[in-house]
Design a protein around this ligand. Structure first.
Ligand code: ASP
Ligand code: MG
Length: 454
């Protein structure tokens, strides 16, 4: 039986007409039925700049950005010889973009709602263009399949947290089955948008930056796909960032659990939430490069053949360490509850935690520092100390918490580097610790040499 494949292509894979045609070739070659695309490279950033300029600058500034976005898409349309009907669809989107920007400019206010609708245009425009590229590729191969543009907002139901909306999985599943059930006939290649969704009331939402991977996974779950493919500009997930360690090499296969740790702890290849739906429905995920589709790429699956102690390393920069201490924690209970409640109220996610009898330290993204109210709330119950410019280094692999001597080997390798905090034990798959930002590259290079290259 044919497999139902969902393929997602990122912004660089949508860079221009040539990229769109190349990506469509890849999708055709793999037999994808649902193609999920990002905005053309740079467009989401431009749309954000457009929203901001419209809000606070003279209209001429917004016009400059509008024309930049406009000409980028018109160029691709011309290169693809876009047929009239699709050109009209694109023109309508240009008009919508102009009128939202104008509205923001008149009100001098760019609400999160307006920003989401504005940002949604990136994916809505690129998907119109990519549908045409797909149609041309199908024709080139004399395929009897048809390319079809689809508005993902018909199925990707989310809550109303604009800017970082959460998909409502159950609704997405029933809508997908209703509206995309025809995919199983394998007569159509549907091209749709990543990153965007819609509330029950029909308001457009976005899933947060880089959210197209997550969209594709949610859709794969919705249509009960057999495989999810994420196509980017690198040939899979590497043992660490090759810009830091030239000896880093692509990983052939990695388990869901290890890959989740890796995505969360800093490997930039996948949006961290992408694997959640895949894990829920046990859908294998492939990560490859649309520029080099024959390269091996990485398979992420539930079961993998080998289980190396250390498979990969990641680092997450711009971390802060917040230490909360109070003598009241001595022999008391409920202190951690109070602390976590405050983080929860502020919707701040904590990555690593360590405690002593009277203090607890947590790592956070340094962007949380802008939230003065969070620090103030924490200061009400404890003495708060903040250390900045730290990097969280993670070693990802298997059986990490049951391997004698591992910690010794790790810290011997970086014995001259001060380690601020260590987290070991909670996971079989992750050993992480904090070092100062300026020593992080060195630490990764040495550890990669010792544990991966050796
Ligand atoms: N276009 C969106 C962004 O740039 C979503 C994505 O590309 O995944 O963040
Ligand atoms: Mg991306």
């Amino acid at each position: 039986m044919a497999k139902l494949i969902v393929s997602k292509f990122g912004g660089t894979s949508m860079g221009d007409a040539e990229c769109m045609l190349r990506s469509s070739e890849v999708a055709f070659g793999r037999g994808a039925s649902l193609v999920v695309v990002s905005a053309t490279s740079g467009t989401t950033n431009d749309l954000i700049a457009l929203g901001k300029a419209s809000e606070s600058q003279p209209w001429a500034e917004a016009e400059k950005i509008l024309s930049k976005i406009h000409s980028r898409h018109v160029k691709i349309a011309a290169d693809l010889h876009l047929p009239t009907e699709s050109m009209q669809r694109l023109e309508t989107l240009f008009e919508e973009m102009g009128s939202i920007a104008k509205g923001i400019n008149l009100l001098k206010d760019c609400s999160v709602k307006a920003m989401d609708t504005l940002m949604s245009l990136g994916e809505r425009m690129s998907s119109v263009l990519c549908t045409e590229a797909m149609a041309q590729v199908l024709k080139r191969h004399n395929s009897d399949k048809k390319a079809m543009w689809f508005d993902v907002r018909e199925v990707l139901r989310t809550d109303d947290s604009f800017g970082k909306a959460r998909p409502l999985t159950k609704e997405v599943e029933s809508l997908s089955q209703k509206k995309l059930g025809f995919l199983r006939d394998y007569k159509t290649v549907v091209v749709t948008q990543g990153y965007i969704g819609s509330t029950e009331e029909g308001m457009t939402t976005t899933l947060g930056r880089g959210g197209s991977d997550y969209s594709a996974a949610i859709l794969a779950e919705g249509v009960a796909a057999d495989v999810l493919e994420i196509w980017t500009d690198v040939a899979g997930i590497a043992t660490t960032d090759p810009r830091i360690c030239p000896a880093a090499k692509p990983i052939d296969e990695i388990s869901f659990k290890e890959a989740s740790e890796l995505a969360t702890f800093g490997a930039k290849v996948l949006h961290p939430a992408t694997l959640l739906p895949a894990i829920r429905k046990n859908i294998p995920v492939f990560v490859g490069s649309s520029f080099d589709a024959d390269a091996k790429g990485t398979w992420i699956r539930k079961e993998v053949e080998d289980h190396p102690l250390i498979r990969a390393m990641a680092m997450r920069k711009k971390q802060i360490l917040v230490t909360l201490s109070t003598p009241e924690m001595l022999h008391a209970h409920g202190f951690l509850f109070q602390i976590f409640k405050i983080f929860n109220d502020h919707k701040v996610s904590i990555d690593a935690i360590t405690t002593s009898e009277i203090s607890v330290s947590v790592t956070l993204d340094d962007s949380t520092l802008v939230n003065k109210k969070l620090i103030a709330d924490l200061s009400e119950i404890a003495d708060v100390q903040v250390e900045e410019n730290l990097t969280l280094i993670s070693l990802i692999g298997n059986n990490i918490n049951h391997t004698p001597g591992l910690a010794k080997q790790i810290f011997e390798t970086i014995s001259d580097i001060n380690v601020r905090m260590i987290c070991l034990g909670a996971s079989k798959h992750n050993f992480c610790f904090l070092v100062s930002e300026d020593q992080s590259t060195q630490a990764i290079q040495r550890l990669h040499k010792k544990f991966v290259e050796a």
